[in-house]
Every structure is written in structure tokens, then in C-alpha cells.
Ligand binder design. Sequence first.
Ligand code: G3H
Length: 506
Amino acid sequence: MATASDADDAAFYADIRAPDGSFKFLVNGEWRVSSSGATCDSLNPSRANAAAHAFQACTRAEVDEAYAAAKAAHKAWAKVPLQERAARLHEAAALMRAHAAPMARAMVVEIAKAAKDAATEVRRSADLIDYAAQEGLRALAKGEFLLSDAFPGQKRDKLCMVTRVPLGVVLCIPPFNYPVNLAVSKIAPALVAGNAVVVKPPTQGCVAGLHMARCFDAVPGIPKGLVNVVTGKGATIGDYLVEHPAANCVSFTGGDTGLGVAKKAAMVPVQMELGGKDACVVFPDADLDAAAKAIVKGGFSYAGQRCTAVKLVLAFEEIADELIEKTCAAIGKLSVGLPEDDADITAVVSEKSADFIEGLVQDAVAKGARCLQPFRREANLIYPTLVDAVDETMRLAWEEPFGPVVPVVRVRSTQEALRFVNESKYGLQGCVFTRDVERAIRVADAMETGTVQINGAPSRGPDHFPFQGVKCSGVGSQGIGNSIETMTKVKSTVINLAQGASYAMA
Ligand code: G3H
């Protein structure tokens, strides 16, 4: 499918907009304005947080409607042959590629993602949908078959067929930093497995999420009610969505609020990814050019607003000066400015976030740390800073800035480095730079994190790799195959042969 013209895009997305310019929500195949009569705003972080887009402030009754529609659609969708479900997902991916531009533009405006990165996010998301469709075919075509006489005292008179069946309705709550990719990473595995979804987009990134939903809704073979999107303030509908009896699974990516979400989602499978404090341990024998490159890419991409960003450098004293020099040289080449201009460092998502980041730096500096680039802030725009001489008394050693500020702790031993990693409340990823394979494996084994990267920056992708955190970083594993597994349940059907009979393979 060719890339659509502006006029085609306008026609394709026409339904999602109300006459007053606000964005509608999607329930049971219908784009609607809320009966609340109220809207919420997403703000433009690069323009002094001026209102960017208005979207519907949905009511709890509308949440009920979304779940009812999803429940009904799931029943029919689960009966659609697997290869047809996969085909419908490929169609959604094609629509996403064809109509990428407005979705990417929404990310530039709402979350200050650099234009080229926003375009990449849409492409990555379409690829993820395609892969999920293929993986669904592979994973769900298979079952298991067990024979009873393998267990002590049993005859061969029970035959057990094991398959995976959909859970029902999956509640998908993506975060602001990947409002498209981390939405489809939940939606695509859910749908291919035969589930329906209710999606609650983030406030910042909401409109990008609505564009994404249109790409599913516009596929003729996707039944109405299969993909529903309710929008509004988390304070009004957040808990209601999570505690709703019709939710059969909760897939959430976000910050520490996820701890509360996990507690509220009682007795349904949860998939939670809640941030991290990914450390980069650099040993004296490391390739320092590679390590410096990974620290800059890992720490400052999208202004550090990635759960997998490098958020702590643990540099061995012997090489710390050289590593810092190389890292600072690369930081000096980063451009700072507007997402429309593809700047490397753009405004962080909100004033509150910028205040928090500044507070962490002030605390560190007051306790003796040094900013190697003068700390500079203009509204939400924070210039990239490497902070040297951080120690365990400083908040920056333990808290997640989610901004372009990377602390360096100088360490003298592996044990000291591991203490910073393992005493963290987080455990998402970590990375270790060394040329000694044995040491790399031993340190990776000792790090209490979901993933360890050897000689590379932390990263979720490629999107089919398992992705999981431990401790406050989350529960459950993502990655396309793992998500399909989470969003299905095991179903056993046992055939009992006539009492006492056994059969032998003739
Ligand atoms: O922010 C959380 C994301 O899962 C990180 O994904 O490693 O592709 O940036 P990424």
C-alpha cells in the first residue's frame, strides 16, 4: 500500500474528529463524543505546555459500554479462524504504514518526540503487528497431547489435549513515551490470540493513540467492538477500568502508579512494566569508545524518557576519567531544540517532570556531585548533563530521572557495582562492558534485573525478545511470543476411555 496523500489521510481520519475539533473516543465501532460534555487537553511540551489537542472525558457508563462491546466482539472473534485473524492484523499494519504521517505528527506535538523518531515508532509498530500475526500462527497452531500412563499407578486410559484459548477482554494501558508502539505491543498479541481490547491511552500521546486505533477500526474484517478506546483522566476512569469485572487481563506500561494498578487488578493475569534504573557497569578492560557511545545513545535518546535508558553509570575508577572524557565529547555533539527540527534533545513531557529532574540534580550538587555540562533548563527543555562524583547518599543514585541527566558513580570493585544494581528498588535491565566473556557472564548472572545486555545499551527491542522487569520494574514478560502466552489460558480436554480399559499402540 502506497503512502497516502494528505487528502487521503484527512479522509481516513475524518471520523475520529468532532465538529468542534476535539477527538472522539471509539466504542462498539462508533467514534463518539462523550455524554459528559467535557474534554481533556493534551499539552505541547515544546510550546510552554500550551493546549495541543482536546479529547473526550469519558464517563464510567461509557467504560461499561466499551467492556460490553468488547465482550460481545470477543465471543465472535475467537471463532474466526486463526489465519483470518492474522490476515486482518496484516491489513491493520498496512493501513498504519500508509497513514503514518498524522500519527507521527501527533507524537511530535503531544510528547515532543523528534519527527524522525516518531516516524520510526509508527514503522516499528506496523512491523510489530505483522510479526505478532505470524507468531500467533506459529504459537497457537500447536497444542500438547498427554497420555495418563506416564504417571505412577495410571493406565493408558486418559488422553489429555491441551490448547491455549483467549482470556476474553484485555485492558491495554500504554505510557506517554511510546503511545503507539507500546499500545500495539499489547493490542496485536491480544487480537491474534482471539481476545478483544479496551485501550486507555495516556493523556500526553492520546491523539496519537486514537490515530493508531483507527488503523484497526478501518479494517473491514475487524468486527465492531473488538478494539475500543476510552479516553479521559485516570483519576476518573483509571481505577474503574482496572477493577472492572469484565477485564480479563491488564497489560500496563508506565511509572510507579503501576504498583497500585497491580494491586487493584485482582485475580486476572497482569503484565506490568513500570520503569527502571538501568545501570551501565564499565570495567577497566572495556572498549571505552563503545561504552561511551552506548551511554550517550542509551542515556539521552528521547531526552532520557525511556524506561530502558541508561540511568546510572558505574565506572571503574581506573578508566572513569577517560570514559567521562569520551562521553562528554559525544554529549557535546547532541543538538538541543525542537522535535520538528529533529533535535536530539527535546523538551521533557511536562513541567512537573522537568521540576522533578531539576530537583534530583540540585540534591546531588548540594551533596558534592559535579555537572560536567552546566545544568541548563528553559521551561520543559533540559540540556543534557553527565553528573560526576555521585554517591549513595544522593537521590540521583537511586531515583529514575526520566530526563537527559545521567549520573556517574566511580566504583572500585565488582561487589560495589553490584550493590548499586541490586539494592535498587528497580530491576529492569542493566548492561556490562568488558572484553572478558567469563566476567560478563558472571556479572550478568549476579545482576537482579530482567535482562542484562553485554557490551550494548539497554533496550526493549527487537520487539520479539522477551522483555521483563523484576522488583518494582514489573511483573510478567512482554515480547510478542510472551505476550501471546500471557493473553491466553491453558485449556485441557481429557478423553476418558472405558473404565479399566487401556490401549496399546499396535
Ligand atoms: O520506555 C519503555 C520502553 O519499553 C523502552 O523501549 O528500549 O525500545 O526504548 P525501548
